[in-house]
Design a protein around this ligand. Structure first.
Ligand SMILES: C[S@@+](CC[C@H](N)C(=O)[O-])C[C@H]1O[C@@H](n2cnc3c(N)ncnc32)[C@H](O)[C@@H]1O
Ligand code: SF4
Length: 449
């Protein structure tokens, strides 16, 4: 792609991990509606669970996640007690007989838990939510706080996938983002995981960070490929200092410009392709025989709050402060602030802070956006047939994509859209044409590339 196009489409658009997107959730949907929604779930519907472990030992300056920093274990132990109470409460609200198929520990840093606490949490979940025999249990690891005992505990309680935060291997970049993580620490955790039989390993990398250069990013990719993770997530750094005050510690003068960001992405993606990784959607890469790549080939790829996934469960339960859930009836988000979260659990009701009911038009647009985000293509006629809807209603949206087509970023054929390889990193801008809630300038998101 011509680098100037990255600048031209440098619109701030959502990442479409849901539709409608989180800024449109409202306090009108609270604990009561959520409890009703859980009660109405059909008992044979597969469940997914997301647990938010809020705490980290140190603040990485780039971080846009909902985290709290602690040097002591007491706040973590206290939080965990509430999490367990929430697990018990929510399990009591879902119909008997439901089975959990995907369980994801995110954060924050799940590896901040002691191995015993992690094991006890998995056991409690297993007891209350009944894991399916082939359930995927995934855990986000910070290699800096992962020790051998933790890895052993993970393997012993049935963890099937580990996702590791790395970001960049260059010490100068690590210094600029306050995340010192020598290569050997990461490599050691890879060895431990494999020795214990946890072979499904993902790695998170970021481009667009301060002090990053094209050759530096390529070097990081080569080191990452050398460790042979099954999947690599390559995120564009989201600089949102108006939401995350600590990001002001990152010197904007050291941040690469939009065109440089684009060159970094392009060079990294090319290198990953040469190394045999298949590009998945906007920001994931997977080995060709990985489930994610197979799901892409079979048009079964999905997108949820954790990004690209093979998870097809129509009900996702979010646990912990800021945990987001998705039910057939709509979305809900827990209180992000720990004291409010605890107040709700202490009062004996779900910690729902906001949500949104999903109507027929939302479901249709969500399906269009999901196909575009996942397949880089969508057949509007085919999706409309599934929803018994008239594709003609999207004439305006199709017309709005003309400039992107003229710039070689996508192709329109009748009611079909296909992103070109150049257009892939700008797919969010194409999805935005179908977003009924997005009004120019209403909410601020991160850059499209
Ligand atoms: C919860 S962390 C992963 C687990 C663990 N806390 C760690 O950092 O190793 C989730 C991932 O989100 C990504 N991330 C966080 N803040 C980001 C930002 N501002 N822009 C892009 N990616 C970001 C990072 O790649 C990070 O590894
Ligand atoms: S990147 Fe991970 S370890 Fe760093 S502050 Fe964010 S959640 Fe914590």
């Amino acid at each position: 792609m011509r680098p100037e196009l990255a600048a031209k489409y440098d619109v701030r658009v959502p990442r479409y991990t849901s539709y409608p997107t989180a800024p449109h959730f409202s306090p009108a949907i609270g604990a009561e509606r959520y409890a009703e929604g859980l009660d109405e779930l059909p008992p044979d519907m597969p469940l997914s669970l997301y647990l938010h472990i809020l705490y980290c030992a140190e603040m990485c300056w780039f971080c846009a996640c909902n985290v709290k920093i602690t040097k002591q274990y007491a706040p973590v132990a206290d939080y965990l007690e509430y999490l367990w109470r929430e697990i018990d409460m929510i399990a009591g609200l879902v119909p008997d007989g439901m089975r959990a198929r995907h369980i994801h520990f995110g954060g924050g840093t799940p590896t901040i838990l002691t191995p015993a606490d992690f094991t006890a949490t998995v056991e409690r979940l297993r007891e209350r939510f009944h894991f399916a025999a082939d359930a995927e249990v995934a855990v986000e690891l910070d290699p800096r706080t992962t020790d051998r005992d933790y890895v052993r505990a993970m393997a012993a309680c049935g963890v099937t996938r580990a996702s590791m935060g790395v970001q960049d291997f260059d010490p100068a970049v690590q210094e600029a983002i306050n995340r010192i993580q020598p290569y050997d620490i990461t490599a050691r955790v890879f060895d431990w995981l494999r020795e214990e039989g946890v072979t499904e390993i993902n790695m998170d990398l970021i481009y667009g960070l301060p002090r990053q250069t094209v050759p530096g990013v390529v070097e990081t990719i080569d080191k990452a490929v050398g460790l042979a993770p099954r999947r690599i997530a390559l995120f564009g750094y989201a600089h949102v200092p108006w939401m995350k005050k600590h990001q002001t510690l990152i010197h904007e003068s050291e941040l690469p410009g939009i065109e440089e960001r684009w060159r970094q992405y392009e060079a990294a993606a090319a290198r990953l392709g040469e190394a045999g990784y298949v590009a998945i959607g906007l920001d994931h890469f997977a080995r060709a025989d990985d489930e994610l790549a197979l799901a892409l080939a079979g048009r079964r790829l999905h997108r949820n709050f954790q990004g690209y996934t093979t998870d097809e469960a129509p009900a996702l339960i979010g646990l912990g402060a800021s945990g987001i859930g998705s039910l057939p009836q709509g979305y809900v988000a827990n209180q992000p602030e720990v004291h409010r979260y605890k107040d709700a659990i202490r009062a004996g009701h779900p910690a729902t802070a906001r949500g949104i009911a999903v109507g027929d038009d939302d479901r249709l647009r969500r399906a269009l956006i999901e196909r575009l985000m996942c397949d880089m293509a969508v057949d509007i006629g085919a999706v409309c047939r599934d929803f018994d809807a008239d594709p003609g209603q999207f004439a305006e949206e199709m017309a709005a994509l003309a400039p992107m087509e003229a710039d070689g970023l996508l192709v329109r054929e009748g009611m079909r859209i296909r992103m070109t390889e150049d257009g892939r990193p700008l797919v969010r801008a194409a999805c935005a044409a179908f977003d009924r809630y997005l009004k120019a300038g209403e909410t601020r998101h991160s850059k499209a590339v």
